[in-house]
Design a protein around this ligand. Structure first.
Ligand SMILES: Nc1nc2c(ncn2[C@@H]2O[C@H](COP(=O)(O)OP(=O)(O)OP(=O)(O)O)[C@@H](O)[C@H]2O)c(=O)[nH]1
Length: 195
């Protein structure tokens, strides 16, 4: 079974002051270069989800797909864009990862693919809440795209509002694997703590 992945880079990065968050440098590589390097060995094909002029990503050598629903509707629309691309390419399953999370697990796809339920999400352990879903990191059955499109057209925006209705499976990973970079302070922390 072939797996493909979408890198979600379609946000506005407002907490970072705008622009493409994935282009921020962390050490000698940008966030998105780190994400590409980490996901590529885990799947058969990778597509980038971003809005605006796609030619600004030409140097990355990946196909680029934009959101097809509204203006900045959130990552669920990026997952739909990835699913539509996956369907065109003949893939049955799609992995999603976020462009602002440079150190996600190297065994992400292996772990998520152990479950054959239509939606499988990564989660991290939490002493109080038990687990915290990381809903931009998931494995999605591409055939769900028609239902997802309908939900987005109905105004659904929160990923888990939709995934819980699909009977999501949560897979627990180690606590610090999904540190994501939202603010300049996060980037400074990552420069000190992430390799
Ligand atoms: N396709 C798509 N992806 C999005 C959208 N908004 C956020 N994302 C992606 O979802 C992930 C988490 O994004 P956030 O950090 O919550 O949002 P952001 O827009 O990147 O940053 P803020 O504006 O600071 O919240 C990142 O990979 C974003 O690129 C959107 O409207 N469309």
């Amino acid at each position: 079974m072939t797996e493909c992945a979408v890198i979600l880079a379609g946000g506005q990065a407002s907490r970072m002051g705008g622009g493409d968050k994935g282009r921020l440098m962390l050490g000698d590589q940008s966030l998105i270069e780190r994400v590409i390097a980490r996901i590529t060995p885990q799947v058969d094909a990778v597509v980038l989800n971003a809005n605006g002029d796609p030619s600004r990503f030409d140097d990355l050598g990946l196909p680029v797909v934009a959101d097809s629903v509204g203006d900045f509707p959130g990552p669920l629309a990026g997952i739909l864009a990835g699913m539509d691309w996956a369907a065109e390419q003949g893939h049955e399953w799609l992995i999603s990862v976020a462009a602002d999370t440079p150190s996600f697990p190297r065994n992400l796809v292996e772990r998520l693919s152990q479950y054959n339920t239509p939606v499988v999400l990564a989660a991290t352990p939490d002493p109080e809440r038990g687990r915290i879903p990381q809903p931009t990191f998931g494995r999605w059955q591409v055939a769900l795209r028609h239902e997802l499109r309908a939900a987005l057209n109905d105004g659904v925006r929160k990923i888990r509002q939709w995934t819980q209705a699909q009977g999501e499976t949560l897979v627990i990973f180690a606590e610090d694997d999904f540190f994501n970079i939202n603010t300049p302070e996060d980037l400074a922390w990552a420069e000190q703590n992430l390799k």
